[in-house]
Structures are given as C-alpha cells and as structure tokens.
Design a protein around this ligand. Structure first.
Ligand code: ADP
Length: 182
C-alpha cells in the first residue's frame, strides 16, 4: 500500500526491517543504546559490531546518562543494506496517561528531522514501542502514520518513508490507520 504526503511517498509493507535498502532504517532502541531484544537485537546482530562501537561513542561523548525517550541519534549501517541506522527511544506504555502518544510522535518526528539534517532521502521504520514496550498497536499506528504524514507535508526533502511491519496483523492495523488518515 502506498500514499502521497507532500512530495513524498509513504509505503506500508510486511517484512524485515534489517533487509531494507534505504538511506536509514530506524531502530526502536532503548536508552542505553547498547542493544536489546526485538528489532534492536536483530539490527545489531545483522549489522555487525561497528554500529555498537558508534553507539558506545555516542553514549560516552553525548549521552552519558542514556538517550532520553523521544530522542534520536544516527550511526553507520555497518554491514546492513541500509546506509545508516537512526536509533530512537520510544515510550514504554504505562496505560496511556503519561504522555505516551506525545512521546511516540516525538520519536517519529525527531527521527525524520535527523534524517533530513543528514541529507537522507529514504527512511524505513518499524512499529516503535509496540513490542517489548507494550504500546497497543492500534493506538500506536495512528500516532506513527499521523506523525509521518504531518512531517512530510511540512518538509519536502524526503522522498520516501516506509513502514516495515513484522506480521500480517500489524500490517493490517497500520493500513487501516493510513486509510483513515490519508
Ligand atoms: P519496542 O521495545 O520499542 O517495543 P521491539 O523491538 O520490542 O521494540 O518491537 C517493536 C516492533 O518491531 C514489534 O512489532 C516487533 O514485532 C517488530 N520487529 C521485531 N523484529 C523486527 C524486524 N526484524 N523487522 C521489523 N520489525 C520487527
């Protein structure tokens, strides 16, 4: 499924984020930046040690206390097909009363801002926060698709943003959100 937002295209596919041939894939990281499970683990195991080395440098030099929720940093893509990895920390779901939607929107927004600042044109996202962080996928999909649409309408240097969903069910949920928003 594909939509237009501003001059850019938004794609929704079922697939593996670590296989995407784009300027940057976005990692649903945790604040340590030192790896974890889920998509984070897959990126580090497939992308090789160079990514982790850069993450350690970023921790030491810029974020000694860890990367705050909603913030993003960029590293090489290591041995991945993607040229770069943008690491962002999504919110942990705590019932919805702790600004989770604002923080999730900020995570998408700041990832795209960092992509633009680095002259990137194509970016692929996973479903941030809906795995270990427990954010309900239906709620998260509306925030995710809405944030990307709003960003692309404002900023025309990106060419393509792709949501890479890991299951058919998640893809259907994101497609529904996109149909409602576009
Ligand atoms: P978080 O901690 O932000 O919740 P997770 O990695 O636990 O992050 O999960 C986020 C989403 O990424 C989940 O929907 C999970 O199924 C999905 N996911 C896990 N591995 C991959 C992958 N290789 N490609 C795309 N999505 C993935």
């Amino acid at each position: 499924m594909e939509f237009k937002a501003g001059t850019a295209t938004v794609q929704l596919i079922k697939g593996d984020l670590t296989d995407q041939e784009v300027d940057a894939i976005v990692n649903a990281a945790n604040s340590t930046l030192l790896g974890g499970g889920g998509v984070d683990g897959a990126i580090h195991s497939k992308g090789g040690s160079k990514i982790l080395e850069e993450c350690k440098q970023l921790r030491a030099k810029e974020w000694p206390d860890g990367l705050p929720t909603g913030n993003a940093v960029i590293t090489t893509g290591g041995s991945l097909r993607a040229k770069h990895v943008i690491h962002v920390v999504g919110p942990i779901w705590r019932g919805g009363l702790y600004e989770e939607s604002k923080l999730l929107r900020r995570a998408y927004w700041n990832s795209l801002k960092l992509a633009v600042a680095n002259g990137l044109k194509t970016v692929a996202f996973p479903s941030i926060s809906t795995g270990a962080y427990g954010y309900p996928t239906a709620e998260a999909s509306k925030v995710a698709v809405g944030a990307v649409r709003d960003f692309l309408v404002k900023e025309d240097s990106l060419e393509m943003v792709r949501f890479v969903l890991f299951s058919e069910k998640d893809l259907e949920i994101y497609q529904k959100a996109a149909q409602d928003l576009f």
